[in-house]
Design a protein around this ligand. Structure first.
Ligand SMILES: *Cc1c(COP(=O)(O)O)cnc(C)c1O
Length: 454
């Protein structure tokens, strides 16, 4: 593969930008090699500066559920741009998107638009604190919520309750009010709720953790592998759909201890179902955050809740939060076009079909290498794990995966024209633009790549 132009750009970028990138994972540090500089996206295909074409499964890390440069989304952006790129005033697009979002999310009566997922989470947690008058936030180890200071906190060692800064520049003070618990562990959560009774404003989690690979929310392994998995007869492929396990229990615990439940649906929102993970699993959050798909590929985030909770947000209430470009007409238009099209083309049924086709195509290769890797899929989200373990349900299970092997797999796939997210800790996304033929080519590439490295 010729990568002269990407290599030259990378060299220049390294001189001008930290790591040569605008976001760390793009630097290919965990897979090695030169990050490719893309110049064009169309449907499921990415083209780099050297003219190499790839079937893309990173999809800009999730927003592009309709594929790159969807004509309806682009049309909406162009139309909006012709009337001005920003007004700094209210506009009709915000009202339209707010109506579309709240109609899909029964737990959300009002919404505030911001410009990124990070901002949505940061604001949602300020709101949770402002509403409850309590300071502490509980989060799950391995869940990513953007880069706000009080979310860049890792679990303390052993049974230590309070977190430790997970980045230079985050203060002990920031970490002190964040308590970290393991995902899928109800006992630890209840311990913390008991010990800190009356101090906790909110419990925030990704209902399906997608940023430390893909961890399904179940409270025990047996449940995950037996009753809930239609494909559980095939240990190489496990597809999980619904459960009334961990998330429903979390909801009950939050109610019992008076803690607000915040679902960070920046990835799962409009991805797992029109109503996100809340619809998919039948569990309602008190406050919800969005990003990624809601902006249709433009920078947007949002948070929302009941009227009562949202009444605390400025200018109605005392919780301050603002944004120069919030509710931007281009970004709102891209979001509107995306949500409308997802409905009009019955995208979720189509994505489920694609996902089923994909795992059927992958099955022979996965079976051949059984015991070396797992493939996990939830709706249109998937992940490859190089592990002998029968399941990946916790951070420790993810840590046991062979990331060096993933790096080799990634390079093999890239060489065969498939662009996976450049880290084994990230997931892959199907879009409605992926065709059966492209999935077949991908399955072939997976099979050849696995043969090459295992
Ligand atoms: C991507 C992501 C964020 C951060 O969103 P940005 O737009 O990158 O700031 C927050 N939470 C989750 C679950 C995410 O996947």
């Amino acid at each position: 593969m010729k990568i002269d132009k990407s290599a030259a750009l990378y060299k220049k970028a390294l001189d001008l930008m930290p790591g040569g990138v605008s976001s760390p994972v793009r630097a290919f540090k965990s897979v090695g090699g030169t990050p490719l500089f893309m110049k064009k996206g169309a449907g499921s295909i990415l083209t780099d500066e050297d003219g190499n074409e790839f079937i893309d499964y990173c999809m800009s890390w999730g927003p592009l559920i309709l594929g790159h440069a969807d004509p309806d989304v682009i049309g909406a952006i162009v139309d909006a741009a012709q009337s001005g790129t920003s007004f700094g005033t209210p506009n009709r697009f915000e009202v339209e998107l707010a109506a579309l979002v709240t109609a899909r999310m029964p737990s959300m009566e009002k919404v505030r638009f911001v410009s990124s997922g990070t901002e949505a989470v940061m604001s949602a947690l300020r709101l949770a604190r402002g509403y409850t008058g309590k300071d502490r936030i509980v989060k799950c180890d391995g869940c990513y919520h953007g880069h706000a200071d009080h979310m860049l906190v890792a679990g303390g060692s052993g049974l230590a309750t309070f977190g430790t800064p997970d980045s230079a520049g985050v203060t002990q003070g920031n970490a002190r009010d964040t308590i970290v618990v393991p995902f899928n562990d109800l006992d630890r959560l209840e311990d913390v709720f008991k010990k800190e009774r009356g101090q906790i404003a909110a419990f925030i989690l990704e209902p399906v953790p997608c940023n430390y690979s893909l961890i399904p929310p179940f409270e025990n392994t047996m449940y995950y592998y037996s009753t809930s998995c239609p494909d559980s007869a095939d240990p190489a492929i496990n597809t999980c759909f619904k459960s009334d396990g961990y998330l429903a229990a979390v909801r009950r615990l939050c109610d019992e201890y008076g803690v607000l439940l915040v679902f960070d649906e920046v990835i799962t929102g409009f991805r797992l179902a029109p109503g996100g993970a809340q619809e998919f699993f039948g569990v309602k959050a008190d406050i919800t955050t969005f990003g990624k798909i809601i902006g249709g590929g433009l920078p947007v985030g949002a948070y929302g809740a009941s009227r009562e909770i949202m009444a605390k947000v400025a200018p109605d209430g005392p919780v301050y939060q603002a944004g120069t470009l919030s509710g931007n007409p281009l970004a709102m238009s891209a979001g509107i076009a995306t949500l409308k099209k997802l409905e009009s083309i019955k995208a979720y049924a189509h994505l489920d079909e694609l996902a089923a086709e994909f795992r059927t195509m992958l099955a022979p290769a996965l079976r051949k290498h059984e015991g070396r890797l797992l493939f996990l899929q939830m709706g249109s989200i998937f992940a490859f794990y190089f592990t002998a373990g029968p399941a990946v349900l916790s951070l420790d299970d993810v840590k046991a995966c062979d990331m060096k092997l993933f790096a080799r797999f990634h390079a093999q796939m890239l060489g065969r024209g498939v662009y996976l997210s450049p880290s084994g800790y990230e997931v892959g996304f199907l879009s409605t633009a992926h065709s059966g033929r492209e999935l077949e080519a991908t399955a072939r590439a997976v099979s050849e790549s696995l043969d090459a490295i295992l």
